[in-house]
Design a protein around this ligand. Structure first.
Ligand SMILES: Cc1cc2nc3c(=O)[nH]c(=O)nc-3n(C[C@H](O)[C@H](O)[C@H](O)COP(=O)(O)OP(=O)(O)OC[C@H]3O[C@@H](n4cnc5c(N)ncnc54)[C@H](O)[C@@H]3O)c2cc1C
Length: 319
């Protein structure tokens, strides 16, 4: 199967979020995949060249300086057709959800989202993906050429180093649509690691009261561990934490090596976004809280007492 892997970029730099899609390609079509990276004056392309792709195509154009799906989709569709790609693949993220749905529309192609397994049987592709807040795994069959797919990051992991790929500069197709304009990007991780990429995530729930308390306790512990900060939807809805920190069914999916859930009850919607974490630590005053059912280590304690102690101990152990 000939694959076109769409690299995630912010228009200026290639993102590490591309890596699970490359790992997928290495498993499913190791000798027949090309990576496409779109932007303007793109940096970091060399981070894509060590994984055995046939080529890394870069399309640079001033109209592509910001990651607008309306502008990127015709570029992806153009190169998918030109290369004869049988599948167009990206890691499941906000970027790819927005972009690849448009690509599927332009190519009149079927789309599989967030897949965790893929086989082919009798000329059809059979894919598995989590459904109902990741409580069930659904099996889906599609027929078509090409097929558009997003792949769930934690299921495919990181690609293995392979042969070097040539970087080829490719032209942007004519008439890139310019009806939407990029105005601004609000948010950002404030110097901390990206939530979906971090090795350690410390998340806080509703009892953190206000943004200052949240930052002091959750941000402080995350910084002591060099980790990212996450939050529950209840914390976000209460104005305690910004929207982009939400982990769960309607937020981000994370699978760090260590996830620390502070004052989080463990609703199914929250678990949907973090239960693939390798080690889960829960701190909660209620010994019956559902989070303890998925936790590897549980501490029945008041966060206001133990989080400062833990943060202090971690800081001292590093000095
Ligand atoms: C369609 C839908 C989608 C949703 N999507 C998401 C989603 O993406 N992500 C998400 O998180 N939620 C989501 N939710 C909301 C979800 O159902 C829960 O309401 C939410 O996760 C609860 O957040 P919480 O754990 O912060 O708050 P609570 O449920 O109020 O839990 C707070 C916990 O803190 C403990 N606690 C209290 N004080 C302390 C203290 N001093 N020290 C230690 N522990 C303490 C309590 O014992 C309790 O267990 C969604 C809901 C719906 C209906």
């Amino acid at each position: 199967m000939k694959l076109l892997i769409v690299a995630e970029t912010d228009g200026g730099r290639v993102s590490e979020k591309t890596l699970p899609a490359i790992a997928f390609a290495q498993q499913k079509s190791p000798d027949n995949f090309t990576i496409l990276a779109i932007g303007d004056n793109l940096q970091g392309v060399e981070t894509l060249t060590g994984y055995g792709a046939q080529a890394v195509l870069t399309v640079n154009h001033p109209a592509l300086a910001k990651p607008l799906a309306e502008r990127y989709a015709p570029v992806v569709a153009h190169y998918a057709q030109q290369l004869g790609a049988e599948a167009i693949v990206a890691t499941t993220t906000t970027f790819s959800r927005d972009l690849l749905a448009r690509v599927a529309g332009l190519l009149d192609a079927p789309m599989l989202s967030d897949i965790v397994a893929l086989e082919s049987a009798n000329g059809k592709l059979v894919a598995k993906r989590p459904i109902y807040s990741a409580n069930l795994i659904g099996t889906f069959e599609v027929e078509g050429n090409p097929v558009v797919m997003t792949v769930r990051g934690p299921a495919w992991g990181k690609p293995a180093p392979r042969g070097e790929s040539p970087v080829q500069s490719a032209e942007a197709p004519a008439n890139i649509p310019t009806r939407s304009e990029w105005l601004s990007l609000q948010g950002g991780s404030g110097g901390r690691p990206d939530l979906t990429q971090a090795r350690v995530v410390v998340s806080g729930g509703r009892p953190l009261k206000d943004p200052e308390t949240f930052e002091k306790y959750i941000g402080g512990l995350a910084d002591a561990l060099g980790g990212a900060v996450g939050a529950t939807r209840a914390a976000v809805d209460s104005g305690i934490a910004p929207n982009e920190l939400q982990v769960g069914q309607t937020g981000k999916t994370v699978a760090p090596e260590l996830y620390i859930a502070v004052a989080i009850s463990g609703s199914v919607q929250h678990l949907a976004g973090m239960k693939d974490s390798k080690v889960i630590v829960a701190i909660n005053t209620d010994p019956e809280a559902p989070i303890f059912q998925v936790a590897d280590y549980g501490l029945v304690a008041d966060l206001y007492q133990v989080v400062p102690e833990l943060t202090e101990l971690l800081k001292n152990s590093q000095s």
